[in-house]
Design a protein around this ligand. Sequence first.
Ligand SMILES: CC(C)(COP(=O)(O)OP(=O)(O)OC[C@H]1O[C@@H](n2cnc3c(N)ncnc32)[C@H](O)[C@@H]1OP(=O)(O)O)[C@@H](O)C(=O)NCCC(=O)NCCS
Length: 169
Amino acid sequence: MKDEIVYKRLSKSDKPNIDNLIDICLKGLPRPEFFMPLSVEDKERFYDESYGIRLGAYDGGKIVATGGIYVAESKLEKIKSMLDLNDKKVCSLCNFLCLPEYRGRGIMSSIQSQLIEIAKDMNYETITATAHPENIASMTCLSKKLTKVKIADFNGYTRALMKLDLKTN
Ligand SMILES: CC(C)(COP(=O)(O)OP(=O)(O)OC[C@H]1O[C@@H](n2cnc3c(N)ncnc32)[C@H](O)[C@@H]1OP(=O)(O)O)[C@@H](O)C(=O)NCCC(=O)NCCS
């Protein structure tokens, strides 16, 4: 049941379980281009809040999903320039993964809403996201709050580029 799921910020002790979750989800992708590969460094930095803030969804002791926001400028420069947001304080939703048997229960939607509230509390002006335009689960969820601005090549991947103004929403 959805209400058995508990949401918490990830901590370093979650790394083995998160690495396992990433492996399962990436092996089962309907299309590999739906998820941009994560480097070893990216996976190490899952627990570095100066780089990104991550939530985990826990069913008992088991992590069943995760999602985050990038806050590091190195991860934001490109999308800021592509969406003409260089003068804004921007963060970006990223890396949504849910175990197949837990999908369709609103877990990603809940993580997304919580991350948007965190971004507002941190005084961000705009939150962005990228998703493959044919990744229906991702696009359906993101489109509930964010607006698609354009579809473009993003680091070699076709992506819908999306944004939400946090000061007016
Ligand atoms: C994308 C992903 C994280 C979604 O997680 P989830 O917890 O199942 O998503 P939710 O249950 O919150 O669903 C969000 C919305 O998408 C819809 N949706 C989910 N999967 C769907 C599917 N396969 N087909 C159509 N709609 C779908 C849901 O119905 C829901 O809309 P609703 O609230 O109107 O019913 C999950 O599918 C996943 O891990 N996919 C593989 C990795 C990936 O592609 N990540 C995204 C990278 S940007």
